[in-house]
Design a protein around this ligand. Sequence first.
Ligand SMILES: *[C@@H]1O[C@H](CO)[C@@H](O)[C@H](O)[C@H]1NC(C)=O
Ligand SMILES: *[C@@H]1O[C@H](CO)[C@@H](O)[C@H](O)[C@H]1NC(C)=O
Ligand SMILES: *[C@@H]1O[C@H](CO)[C@@H](O)[C@H](O)[C@H]1NC(C)=O
Ligand SMILES: *[C@@H]1O[C@H](CO)[C@@H](O)[C@H](O)[C@H]1NC(C)=O
Ligand SMILES: *[C@@H]1O[C@H](CO)[C@@H](O)[C@H](O)[C@H]1NC(C)=O
Length: 351
Amino acid sequence: MEYPVFIILLLLHFITCGNSKEDSLSMKGMTTTDNPTICPDESDIKPCTCIVDITNSLILDCSKVADEDELTQVFKSYFPQPNFKTFLMRENKKVKHLTSNIFGDVSFKVISMQKGGLKHVSYHTFNNSFETLEYLDLSSNHLADIPWFGLHNYTSLNGLHLASNNITSVPSFYCKTLSEIYLGNNSLTGLQTDVFQHLKHLEHFEMDLAGLTDIVQGTFADMSHLFSIHLFYNDLTHVPEGTFATSSKKLQYIYLSYNKITTVEPDAFPALPLLEVWLRDNQLVDVEEVVWRPLLEAGGFLRVKGNPLLCGCDVAWLVRNQTLMSMVDDAACENSDSSLYSLDPEDYKDC
Ligand SMILES: *[C@@H]1O[C@H](CO)[C@@H](O)[C@H](O)[C@H]1NC(C)=O
Ligand SMILES: *[C@@H]1O[C@H](CO)[C@@H](O)[C@H](O)[C@H]1NC(C)=O
Ligand SMILES: *[C@@H]1O[C@H](CO)[C@@H](O)[C@H](O)[C@H]1NC(C)=O
Ligand SMILES: *[C@@H]1O[C@H](CO)[C@@H](O)[C@H](O)[C@H]1NC(C)=O
Ligand SMILES: *[C@@H]1O[C@H](CO)[C@@H](O)[C@H](O)[C@H]1NC(C)=O
């Protein structure tokens, strides 16, 4: 399974700054008023590189720094223009602790430090970016914790990517602007998911492969912009009434495939048109009318392939109505050669 990886397409269009001697000479000849977006001196920030993209935004790539001290030194250099768009540090296993104010006076909109050795980030690490940071990607590191209570100080933060870390608990926190949170592949067994209920602008909620055993009722209730919920590969067994109730009318995907779900109660899912409920490879034996008719009648879809369906009288309501049947995928019936679509309405007339 691939986690969403932040790709900066503009990387393709990099113009390197101070690439040759001539370039850096002509740079030095420029005054800041001629070109306000200029890089610091190449030799001052080595082994980091500063790049100006086609939109004249500044990108700093420090993937090659040897350790925290070297990173600290880089930010003690003179930065003629300290408002950067992007900070990159990819696959750097040496930098583990990001201390307070390590980035000096430089601010960023995007910070992407994937696949590294990060173990600790402090409340003040990115404090110069409280107003600018839109996207923070610290996925695939060794973080056990982040300064959750400091997140409300970021007034523009949209995306928080923390998948594949070592996070075992999350407190109840606020971040008014957050629209995407990715926490998959952490050990969150026993997490009370209502810690996320204050994230009212959330659109994408991802917690695949996280050992979740329960979804607290009300977790999604006030997320009025919610579009997708990703919960593949967890340990959910029951989906009680109201679990996915939400004020969002835009909810389009609830991914629950590869759990251990045996029972779904009526009204567990909202009856929204366009909502696709993915329940493939679970332990469901029936497709009960009282549970699923409201969703299908509203125009939603149900994906149940890979469940040990018995195809008894519980599916008679679907077999008799091809319109509703077409909103369900063609799942095999356990212990027989038939599948939902091949069932004969005649066989269900005594149900
Ligand atoms: C960031 O934190 C450092 C160290 O705690 C502090 O000196 C600095 O003033 C802070 N900057 C902002 C913008 O809050
Ligand atoms: C994850 O955290 C546990 C303690 O909670 C620790 O023993 C383990 O070494 C950590 N793993 C990594 C990869 O950092
Ligand atoms: C962070 O938020 C708290 C509470 O809103 C506020 O008191 C504090 O001044 C903020 N800190 C910074 C550095 O903006
Ligand atoms: C989950 O994280 C571990 C390291 O914590 C990594 O080795 C593994 O590839 C990740 N799995 C997925 C599916 O991303
Ligand atoms: C199938 O169900 C839909 C939705 O309830 C209904 O409008 C339609 O009349 C039904 N069709 C048949 C053939 O019963």
